[in-house]
Design a protein around this ligand. Structure first.
Ligand SMILES: Nc1ncnc2c1ncn2[C@@H]1O[C@H](COP(=O)(O)OP(=O)(O)O)[C@@H](O)[C@H]1O
Ligand SMILES: O=P(O)(O)O[C@H]1O[C@H](CO)[C@@H](O[C@H]2O[C@H](CO)[C@@H](O)[C@H](O)[C@H]2O)[C@H](O)[C@H]1O
Length: 464
């Protein structure tokens, strides 16, 4: 439980102690809280920075806090160091009704005693403070705000918090920029900044180029805290579009093909921009072992998965066997969590890819490793299947035709047709379906039947 507080703190001492009981109750209820199902046993402060001095109306603190948790809900003494979260905490004498959804609680003691603490991203003035800091390349305590010389960030853009279900929190400024504040943060550069910056250097237009970014310099490391990007006005995400077409009983083949082309273009640019590697027998064995371990873990956590586990595992052994015969693959930086919701179609019909964070639950070092590009393709193929299984209207063959069109588009866009590598594709698709079972069990139990349907299909051996 003991982590030295990094003394860049400019917030009044005792602030976290006074918030502790409130955060214990509030934090686990947030959509972006990663440690669901394990009780929070306490907090330690990593850094706290006063962004606005508390006057009678509004106080504002940027807080990095580590949530300590028990390993399992069943108890046991074991505690883990816990995840670090980024919070923007406002304090006011009273919350106006429009800020009711932002309530953290009433502070009983300490420097903010008698005031109400709330999630300040919901509030206009605090969100303006962040944009202003990016615009002026501010340095506040250990916080560093940067901006790309290419972008002109206008002062006074009006902020609004996005209300969509998210793993992080995003604020849109005047329909011109969108700032994503990462909620669970880790030391090092986050791929959600690293990859869009690299793609911008390559001149790849498929990914909005970072206009600014926010970093904490702590204990000799830079922690990415947030990224500001141009807001694609009027864009619709692929998930919404796919469901719309499904509801009308329409196919999605042309869009799926365009998405395949866009994905291949991004992959080609990433392979040019950042190191690639050859993966041979030893690495593929580790990859297959990792997939098997994830399957075992998911089967322990989700009993419904257990009876399928042996059959699903054959996809991973088949991959290891192929590598043992001498087959090698090229690895490169990839998106890491690609699905329809990460693809935005602008009104001019062009597709962009967003959210390069990778699977947030994986360690950063692992997310930044070069991997076979088929991994992203498998994510998209799963997503067409998700859409078809979530829609109220069932359209026979809808997912299959999208999947085929996406692969065709991928090959047209300069990628290698994923269908020429069926063993690797199946292994990644199986791994993704297993991940989804665990994800849905933790976050959206009502959705569990969707990946479970895929699990059933994938556990039937493919005809030779
Ligand atoms: N550049 C952008 N332009 C328009 N909308 C965006 C942009 N970036 C993100 N969004 C919207 O914000 C949502 C959340 O963004 P995302 O990066 O996926 O965040 P998270 O990691 O929290 O899920 C997206 O689904 C999309 O609707
Ligand atoms: O968008 P995130 O980076 O937060 O990704 C996580 O949440 C996704 C759901 O919002 C989840 O995606 C799964 O559901 C999607 C439909 O809502 C579907 O299109 C995807 O194919 C499916 O994997 C994603 O797995 C998770 O990491």
């Amino acid at each position: 439980m003991s982590e030295a507080v990094i003394r860049t703190d400019t917030s009044p001492p005792g602030l976290l102690a006074s918030l502790d009981p409130l955060l214990r109750e509030w934090l686990p209820r947030q959509r972006w809280f990663a440690g669901k199902g394990r009780p929070v046993t306490g907090f330690s402060l990593v850094a706290a920075t006063e962004l606005l001095p508390a006057d009678s109306r509004l106080g504002l603190h940027h807080v990095l806090v580590r949530a300590h948790q028990r390993h399992t809900p069943a108890g046991g003494a074991a505690e883990e160091p816990g995840d670090c979260y980024q919070l923007l905490i406002g304090t006011r004498e009273a919350l106006p009704p429009r800020l009711a959804p932002a309530l953290i609680g009433h502070v009983a003691e300490g420097p903010a005693a008698g005031r109400t603490a709330y999630d300040a991203l919901y509030d206009t003035r605090p969100a303006e403070v962040l944009l202003e800091a990016l615009r002026t390349r501010a340095r506040i305590g250990g916080l560093r705000f940067e901006r790309s010389p290419k972008d002109d960030i206008r002062a006074g853009l009006v902020p609004r918090l996005m209300t969509a279900e998210q793993s992080n929190s995003s604020v849109v400024y005047g329909d011109t920029f969108i700032l994503k504040l990462l909620r669970r943060i880790v030391p090092g550069v986050n791929p959600d900044l690293e990859l869009p910056l690299a793609l911008a250097r390559e001149g790849c237009p498929r990914v909005p180029a970072p206009a600014g970014w926010m970093v904490a310099d702590l204990a000799g490391r830079s922690w990415t805290l947030g990224v500001l990007q141009p807001y694609l006005q009027g864009a619709t995400d692929g998930w919404e579009l796919a469901l719309r077409e499904l509801a009308k009983g329409e196919d999605f083949v042309a869009e799926a093909r365009a998405l395949g082309r866009a994905t291949a273009e991004v992959h080609t640019a990433l392979a040019r921009a950042l190191p690639t590697a050859t993966v041979g027998q030893a690495q593929v064995r580790r990859l297959a072992d990792g997939m098997s371990e994830r399957l075992e873990g998911a089967a322990r956590a989700v009993p419904l998965l257990r009876s399928y586990a042996p059959a699903l595992g054959t996809a991973f052994t088949a991959l290891a066997d192929l590598a043992a015969e001498g087959r090698t693959w090229t690895a490169q930086r990839v998106h890491g969590d690609l699905h329809l919701g990460q693809c935005l179609r602008s009104p001019d019909g062009e597709w962009s890819l967003i959210d390069f964070e990778g699977e947030p639950a994986k360690p950063l070092a692992e997310r930044r490793l070069p991997q076979p590009a088929v991994r992203d393709v498998a994510g998209m193929l799963r997503s067409f299947d998700y859409a078809a299984h979530s829609a109220e209207v069932r359209v026979p063959g809808w997912a299959d035709s999208c999947r085929a069109a996406y692969c065709t588009g991928y090959a047209e866009g300069g990628g290698r047709d994923p269908r020429t590598d069926p063993v690797l594709l199946r292994a990644y698709e199986t791994d993704k379906a297993v991940y989804e079972v665990l994800y849905e069990a933790r976050h959206r139990p009502d959705w569990l039947p969707v990946p479970l349907a895929a699990v059933r299909r994938l556990s039937v051996p493919e005809p030779a």
